[in-house]
Design a protein around this ligand. Structure first.
Ligand SMILES: Cc1ncc(COP(=O)(O)O)c(C=O)c1O
Length: 387
């Protein structure tokens, strides 16, 4: 006898039910593959939507960050402040430049970089020399700070920018997961010197793999295009005037992005409903949700919450064919970064990571699937709180 197996509920699937195939076929038919009309159109759509003066498509969010940090002046031996709870790419991009990250613990409520902690630490651990910031202990330059708008929640950028100005730090916003998130009327990724985005397949819109660099500075925008096209400075001759990269977004993938942008409003609406469902379902069960910073209108990219301990819940859900994930491992706990500085008072990031669970939140998730997920979680939480 066959045993009943419920249909699996994935964590966060892409939704490609618009004009993706049509536009990608048009891109292929045009024979313009590396660059082309769809790339220009996608960049313009992003600029119009976010309000950034310049948007440059990139091969992914990580390469976009690497270029943005380069443009911010980060070089070999520098230090860069990043939040301790983020996807590893934020810290990896710093390492690619021969610099090292300093991890800053997160706020217990917003799960974003703790700005009180950042300010106190900068006051007591740095000094200025020729209008640059140096770390007292190592005498290394601290060149930049990278706020990450985690899960769609936007950092208090006016405060972060003021701190950065006071301590002469460049601000590069990692807005990989916050397309569609606004705060006080500004789109995420447009308040610092540069911002970056990801269109990885689990993001709110996808180009399969892709990213973007955002800036209001025309000179930086030109240099970003130059660096991502191997720093070639002659239309015919193979003249490359500095170390460049092959980090461009290609035309057929940008075509997918154009079709995805046409659906962004409906994706945002669905994500809002999914988040509201989980908040309604679990708040009385003792689950804790991320608190938005005042003035944030989140894209609700990924639903997540804290429970007593998330790993046993993740295992229980997997047995029911429901895919969930823990929140990221704090950067300071990863082998590559164990030698780097970690600024913390109470190690909030480890606690949030230990208790955090990312819930199924595909744009295509049905009401029935949401009910199934929440019923199983509710009975698990009731059981585990009674034990
Ligand atoms: C916060 C954050 N930064 C950077 C990245 C890197 O983006 P990508 O995967 O497109 O390289 C991601 C996502 O994957 C991310 O979530």
């Amino acid at each position: 006898m066959e045993t009943y197996k419920p249909s699996p509920i994935p964590l966060c699937e892409p939704y490609l039910n618009g004009r993706e195939k049509q536009y990608m076929a048009e891109a292929v038919d045009s024979n313009w593959l590396s660059g082309g009309e769809f790339l220009r159109r996608f960049e313009q759509q992003l600029a119009d939507y976010t309000g950034a003066a310049h948007v440059i498509g990139a091969s992914n969010g990580t390469s976009a960050l690497q270029i943005a940090l380069t443009l911010a002046g980060v070089t070999q031996g520098d230090l860069v402040l990043v939040p301790d709870l983020t996807f590893v790419a934020t810290a990896n991009a710093v390492k690619y430049l021969g610099a090292d990250p300093i991890m800053v613990d997160i706020d217990a409520h917003t799960w974003l970089m703790d700005l009180d902690l950042l300010q106190d630490w900068l006051q007591s651990h740095t000094y200025q020399n020729h209008a640059e910031c140096f770390h007292r202990e190592s005498r290394r330059r601290i060149k930049a700070v990278v706020p990450v708008h985690l899960l769609g929640n936007v950092c208090e950028m006016e405060r972060l920018n003021a701190i950065a100005e006071c301590f002469t730090l460049a601000v590069v916003e990692d807005a990989a997961c916050s397309l569609g998130s606004f705060r006080l009327g500004r789109h995420s990724g447009t308040s610092g010197l540069l911002g970056t985005m990801s269109f990885n397949s689990n993001k709110i819109i996808t180009t399969a793999g892709g990213g973007a660099i955002l800036t209001d500075d025309e000179v930086l925008a030109k240099r970003a295009r130059h660096l991502i096209t191997q720093a070639k400075n002659h239309p015919i001759e193979y003249m490359h005037d500095e170390l460049g990269y092959n980090f461009r977004l290609v035309n057929p993938l940008a075509a997918m992005g154009c079709a995805q942008m046409e659906q962004l409003a409906s994706f945002l609406q669905k994500k809002k409903e999914v988040t509201a469902h989980y908040r309604r379902a679990f708040t009385d069960c003792g689950a804790v949700f991320q608190q938005l910073t005042p003035g944030t209108d989140s894209n609700n990219w990924h639903s997540a919450m804290l429970v007593g301990e998330s790993r046993s819940l993740i295992t229980a859900l997997a047995a029911e064919y429901i895919e969930t994930r823990p929140l990221w491992t704090p950067i300071h706990e990863l082998p590559t970064f164990r030698q780097d500085w970690y600024i913390s008072r109470e190690n909030v990031s480890s606690e949030v990571s230990r208790r955090g669970i990312m819930l199924p939140c595909s744009t295509s998730i049905s009401e029935e699937q949401l009910q199934r997920v929440s019923q199983i979680i509710k009975s698990f939480l009731n059981v585990s709180t009674k034990n």
